[in-house]
Each structure stands twice: as C-alpha cells, then as structure tokens.
Design a protein around this ligand. Sequence first.
Ligand code: SAH
Ligand code: SF4
Length: 347
Amino acid sequence: MEFITEYTLEELKEKFKELGLEPYRAKQVFRWIYKKFITDFDKMTDLSKEHRKLLKEKFLFHPLEKIEKVEAPDAVKYLFRTKDNHIVETVLIKERDHYTLCVSSQIGCAVGCTFCATALDGLKRNLTTSEIVDQYIQVKQDLGEEKIRNVVFMGMGEPLANYENVRKAVEIFVSPEGIDLSKRRVTISTSGIIAQLRRMARDPFMREVNLAVSLNAVSQKKREELMPLTKTNTLEELMEVLKSFPLPKYRRITLEYVLIKGVNDSPRDAERLAKLIGRHKKRFKVNLIPFNPDPNLPYERPSLTDIMKFQKVLWKYGISNFVRFSKGVEVFGACGQLRARREHALK
Ligand code: SAH
Ligand code: SF4
C-alpha cells in the first residue's frame, strides 16, 4: 500500500497507467482530493465500483493521524502523529481576511539554531511529500469551506534540505488541477543553504515560489554562534546568491530576523543590516520576529522600545520592514515548541 498524496498529477497518471486505468481517471481522483478534499474512494461518485475497489486495494490517503488541536484567538495549532511515531506540527493562522498555513518539512532540524526549539533534538528525518501535503488536507477538512490562501514552510525543519519532497508538495499546492494556490502565496523559508539556493535559482519552477531567508545576524561571527550550520554557508556567499537570485517581476526576498535581547538587537546591528542590503533595497524586505521565549532556550525577547529603535534605523535607510506580533504565537510559543515539549514528554 502507498499514499496517493505522494504523487503529483503527472506521477499519478503513470501510476494509473500501470494499473490499466486511463490518465483522465487520475485527473478525476486528483480533483476529488485537492478540489473537494474528499479522501474516501467510495465518495468519488464518477468512478465505477470496480475502479474504486482496485484503488482501495492500492492506495491509502492519510500518512498522518491528527492527535491534538489547540486554539488561540488568531491561530490554531495541530499536532499530528506519523506512522513511525513522530510528532509533526502545523499552525493555521487567521489573518484579517484569509488563512495562512504554516507547514513542517522535517522532523527536527540539523541546522542547530541556538534560539529554536526544533533544533533541540537534532534531525530525525525528512517528511515525505504526502506527509507535507496531508497537513494541508487535514487542516482544510477541519476548516470546511473557508479558503487557506497562503502556505509557508516555516514549521519544523529546513525545507531546502528536503528539496525533492518539498518541491513535489509545492507542485501539488500550485497545480491548477490541484489546490491551485498562486506561487506567490507559497513561501519557502530557509536558513540559507547555499548549494540548495543555487539549485532553486536554476530551477524554473521553484524560483517562482516566494523566498524568505532567515538572516538573524549581520556578522559572520554572530551568525555562526546563532546558526551553527552557517560556518559552511557563509553570510558573504549568502548575500551574493541572494543579490543575483533570478526573481520574478515585482517580487522581493524576505529577510527574516529574529530579534534577541542583547544579542542582535542593537541599533548598530540595524545599521549593519542596512549596509548588507546596500543598494539592493528594492530586492529585499525585512521581517522582524521578536524572539519567542522557551524554558529550554537561553534568550529573552527585547523590549518594545528596543524593537522600535531597531525599526527606526531601517526606516532611516529606506528599508521596508515589518514586525509580526501574533496572539497565537504568544499562546503557543515559537515554531516547534509545542512539539518539542510533547516529544520530551513522550520519552
Ligand atoms: N528552517 C527554516 C524554516 C523554519 S523556522 C528557517 O530557519 O527559515 C521559521 C522561522 O522561525 C525562522 O525565521 C526562524 O528564525 C524563526 N524562529 C525559530 N525559533 C524562533 C524563536 N524562538 N522565536 C522567534 N522566531 C523563531
Ligand atoms: Fe532549523 Fe529553522 Fe529552527 Fe534553524 S530556525 S534550527 S533552520 S527550523
């Protein structure tokens, strides 16, 4: 048995061919799953009884089991369990007039950022395409009619370290026969793995997906301290790759910057950030994320005054930036935290 959500439409057509089914049958099934979110062959009324039987013998739908749902005023956190007993976290964020889904791409993470709860246990494994896609399907089934307009790969894990599976999931998210999201509305957030960013730049499909890069520090030394994997993925190379990245028209790269009290939040850091961006102001925007405290992490969140001082410097240099406060995040803590607590409790 295999999970049907592992496959893009093209792959599914091949699979169906092997079963002696015509390619348009694959399209029918694909549309049931990703347009209507029906995950039961018996409810796919335009298939014959024989075909349903055949498909039921061959395919399963959900690699994840929903085990918990925690609600906050502007966000809902879902916890799922994989078949091999790992916890995957997904957050649905309610914006003013739409929803954004924050999905995970790995169990744990190998980048080892010292401010991130996901890093605490290291990397367990990559998520499969169907495990990524099923996060969307199950949340959408729970949500009902309302539309999820954006998908951001900002949950657990480093999406570019799981390039193939993430790419296939994105294909399903943007397929006109599938979920049909706009490529602008799917965001890959990466800690900046140079080789994979180059690969993305060469990939005509992936380079049209929205890109966010977690900068978090403005000197090589500080960045290495906070993000150990950047020893070999240097700040200099990163800025070089980003400055030449082939962006679609009117698109900007988001630079994410977690503000940590007394570590990277001084006006001097902001000056340096402005200098790093230099004359490429039109290419970048900055997303300031006040650090979300966690009992297992040795940092604190800066005061509102300090956050505003940092912002003021960026404004002075004409750099677009915004700070994101979320009530949901206040309740849940940072990305990966609820999961981290859970996994520790399970041990
Ligand atoms: N691995 C990818 C995507 C997942 S992390 C990346 O690093 O970009 C998503 C975002 O959450 C990153 O920008 C990261 O810097 C931020 N983040 C991680 N831990 C955080 C914390 N404790 N408080 C605030 N932001 C955090
Ligand atoms: Fe991994 Fe991103 Fe967390 Fe760093 S911030 S450990 S890259 S998930």
